[in-house]
Design a protein around this ligand. Structure first.
Ligand SMILES: Nc1nc2c(ncn2[C@@H]2O[C@H](COP(=O)(O)OP(=O)(O)OP(=O)(O)O)[C@@H](O)[C@H]2O)c(=O)[nH]1
Ligand SMILES: [Mg+2]
Length: 411
């Protein structure tokens, strides 16, 4: 019997890794939102494409654009781009599992300034929508400061709340320590704590083991990463194709996929989750725009007043539910009102009863009707109807809290 080739062994390992990953994914239903961050050109988009290729048995495909963004005319990622499992998976069988939604982005220089941290907060809380240009957000800061940014983004829905953050750097570039500081500060030290992972790309360019080990140590200690949250990888790229003498668009490379899959098994673990996931970004009081402020101060140079207190989201929720209840009650009242005057019916029944007693006669149909006159005129129906409305609205309010509690308990 001939010995298995290294390629066949890699292929077997890849299949085993996919099986292990899917066993993890079986433990929950909603895909995790996994965001990839790092400075320009370190291989973030290449890493996302490599991860997607590792999930596939066919070939690598360009799912998010690769290319280093140098300056304004650069070729790389400019927008926040999400790629969902339905877009990247090859088979219907795989789509039944909650494979993660991968979020690619660009626009972060090696800085730990207020604008970078603020933008990062919005991203982590899901306030930045798919295909939004991140450089625009930073431009808003340049033009209108923190107030301008808040005005622009605070009212956005939390549509893409990040469950896990992967910081990417490369073995060949200087560690972006300032950006790493900003990420640790915003993702790990604020109320909502997001699991952080780290990737060093360009394993193929590591020639000096000692230099690499020093870099890896610094990278992991700065981000506070244990071994299971770190990956050294070679991405699917032109250099690797050249080395193999093959083209990635015709195949996958199981040797590259195996470590990626093993890493993604950690990322997708249900146990590695956000702390204080229900915390909301502190929404400060509405701030007038710069031009409004200028106009106001020119026309009316009053001393600044205390800002109004922030509107609590839960108060808004209660008001919304109360309004909904009111609308349902009014509609029910309108639908159930009989098409005749209830009071006239009551009077007629009283006269009928009086006459039937004095003249000693009875008409059974009318007698029965008059006995149920309260039902017909709704008086007795209103109390159960109101109870019904209160219970329905109460359930609307209570059910999300119960589901969230069960979710937190991991049920
Ligand atoms: N040799 C080698 N090259 C890589 C590797 N990963 C990425 N590259 C190359 O690095 C360049 C930049 O890769 P991208 O994936 O576009 O980097 P990015 O971080 O998304 O860049 P921006 O979107 O501009 O921030 C490309 O030419 C890739 O082919 C790797 O592991 N090894
Ligand atoms: Mg990119």
């Amino acid at each position: 019997m001939s010995a298995a080739t290294p390629e066949a062994i890699d292929q077997q390992q890849k299949e085993r890794e996919i099986k292990l990953l899917e066993e993890r994914l079986e433990e929950y239903f909603v895909p995790k939102n996994v965001a990839i961050i790092g400075p320009s050109g370190v291989g973030k988009s290449s890493f996302i494409n490599s991860i997607i290729a590792s999930f596939s048995s066919k070939c690598w495909r360009e799912r998010t654009k690769v290319g280093f963004t140098a300056g304004e005319g650069g070729q790389g990622t400019c927008h926040l781009i999400k790629t969902t499992k339905d877009e990247y998976l090859d088979t219907e069988r795989q789509k039944e599992y909650p494979y993660p939604t991968l979020i690619d982005m660009n626009g972060f220089e090696n800085q730990s300034t207020e604008d970078i941290k603020e933008l990062l907060r919005y991203i982590l809380f899901g306030l930045i929508p798919h295909e939004h240009k991140l450089k625009d957000a930073l431009k808003i800061y340049t033009d209108g400061g923190l107030k301008g940014m808040r005005e622009e983004y605070f009212m956005n829905q939390e549509t893409l709340k990040v469950d896990c953050l992967i910081f990417v750097s490369s073995t060949t570039s200087v560690l972006p320590e300032n950006l790493m500081d900003a990420v640790v500060q915003v993702a790990q030290k604020e109320e909502r704590v997001i699991p952080l992972f780290g990737v060093l790309t360009q394993k193929d360019k590591v020639h000096d083991e000692e230099t690499y080990m020093t870099k890896k140590k610094d990278f992991c200690s700065k981000l506070g990463l244990p071994e299971n949250r770190f990956l050294l990888c070679t991405n699917y790229c032109d250099d690797y194709d050249k080395e193999k003498g093959q083209s990635r668009w015709n195949q996958v490379y199981p040797a590259l996929d195996v470590p990626n899959l093993s890493f993604m098994r950690q990322v997708c673990d249900i146990g590695i989750k956000v702390l204080q996931n229900d915390a909301t970004l502190h929404k400060s009081p509405s701030i007038p725009s710069q031009s409004q402020q200028n106009r106001q101060s020119a026309a009316n140079p009053l001393p600044p007043r205390d800002p109004p207190p922030p509107i609590d989201n839960s108060v808004l929720n209660v008001l919304a539910f109360a309004f909904k209840g009111l609308v349902i009650a009014v509609l029910l009242y309108w639908i159930l009102t009989p098409p005749f005057d209830g009071q006239q019916m009551v009077d007629a029944c009283a006269q009928f009863e009086h006459k039937s007693q004095t003249l000693n006669f009875s008409i059974p149909g009318i007698k029965n009707l008059c006995e149920r006159v309260g039902d017909v005129t709704q008086r007795q129906l209103m109390t159960p109807l109101m109870c019904f409305v209160v219970v329905i609205i109460g359930m609307d309010f209570v059910m999300p809290q119960i589901i969230r509690m069960l979710h937190r308990l991991g049920i």
